[in-house]
Design a protein around this ligand. Structure first.
Ligand code: FAD
Length: 313
């Protein structure tokens, strides 16, 4: 932005409302500038926000799951996890929330919002994310959604994203800790018609372009992607903050808009219409006991041999 100022001007306050990266409305900002003693014909005014002058709105998918510390149980009739007790935020999504907060900080402004689909009007997990610093959320809770498979979940979350007015970036975890098909983020991207980058282990935004280090089996790929986009982040992408006491208190009053599938224009397909079927469940194999190597002075050789066998070295 260029401004011409007169010789008399000493200070200038600009009130401006903004458009986000993709046309979404952003809060108004006020920038106050003090001019140097020596006036000049014009100043180039650097915007008060990063990301080349754009604010950043991010929506994070927060799955609320039964507390992993408590023994889980399956519904014998449907083979799905029982979710009738208190739910907590899936640890996998703490990374997405933290990443979103850091990206908004780096941009110099914007908002982190949440979407979640969970039974029984459960918001405990969302409140944790709000306590970390997210602003508001949309919860889709509807008995009609029982039996929803991953695709229906993706359609619901995509519609919730649209209800929030969209965002510059939508973040999910690569897979949840309880159901983990690891397919919801990519299906959401398809439903929303957005590009998708998976397995993000490092994320930055530069001049409105997403830059991602994408984890691969042999290292990582450097991926650039236009925004808006949907990304899935790996655990360890950032270190999630602990909610502060002030954050926890503030989260109690932050808005969560609870809606039903019909409010979003999505028709639940239930068990009958699900594209996936749970054909059976079996007890996971008990873990084999590890090998204990006593150090007789030559233990290092045995360990090297063991690792070579695994082709780790
Ligand atoms: C036939 C069938 C019926 C099912 N019926 C039920 C049922 O009645 N009740 C039930 O609870 N589950 C049910 N499930 C499981 C449910 O469909 C999946 O848990 C859900 O689709 C999410 O898939 P996922 O955990 O595999 O997600 P993944 O693809 O592993 O998740 C990746 C990421 O997407 C985001 N995400 C995923 N789900 C949610 C969510 N709900 N809210 C916010 N973010 C999310 C998170 O960031 C998550 O880490 C059913 C599954 C099948 C196959």
């Amino acid at each position: 932005m260029f401004l011409a100022v007169t010789e008399e001007a000493k200070e200038l306050t600009i009130n401006s409302s903004r458009k986000g990266l993709h046309g979404t409305s952003r809060p108004a900002t006020r920038v106050t500038l003090s001019f140097p003693e020596e006036p000049c014909a014009s100043w180039v005014i650097a915007d008060s926000v990063g990301n080349n002058g754009h604010l950043m709105n991010v929506i994070v998918c927060v799955k609320q799951i039964p507390d992993p510390a408590a023994p889980g149980a399956l519904d014998a009739g449907t083979n799905t996890l029982k979710r009738d007790g208190k739910l907590v935020i899936d640890d996998s999504d703490m990374y997405g929330v933290e990443m979103a907060l850091q990206l908004v900080d780096a941009a110099g402004g914007g908002e982190v919002n949440l979407v979640s689909m969970a039974p029984n009007s459960e918001t405990s997990g969302m409140r944790t994310a709000l306590a970390m610093g997210a602003a508001k959320g949309v919860l889709v809770s509807d008995p009609a959604l029982q039996g929803s498979d991953a695709l229906t979940t993706a359609k619901i979350l995509a519609a919730a994203v649209q209800k929030l007015g969209g965002a510059d970036l939508i973040i999910a975890a690569t897979e949840s800790s309880d159901g983990y098909t690891g397919t919801v983020p990519e299906q959401m991207a398809e439903v929303l018609g957005l590009p998708s980058v998976t397995f993000a282990k490092k994320v930055a935004v530069d001049s409105g372009t997403l830059k991602v280090d994408r984890q691969t089996e042999s290292g990582y790929d450097e991926v650039t992607c236009p925004m808006p986009a949907v990304i899935s982040v790996t655990a360890g992408v950032v270190e999630p903050r602990y909610p502060s006491f002030k954050g926890i208190m503030a989260a109690k009053n932050k808005p969560i808009d609870e809606v039903k599938a019909s409010d979003l224009g999505v028709t639940p397909v239930g068990w009958e219409g699900a594209g996936q079927k749970i054909s059976g469940v079996a007890q996971a194999e008990a873990r084999q006991a590890g090998e204990i190597i006593e150090d007789d002075g030559e233990a290092f050789g045995k360990i090297v041999g063991f690792l070579e066998n695994l082709k780790v070295i």
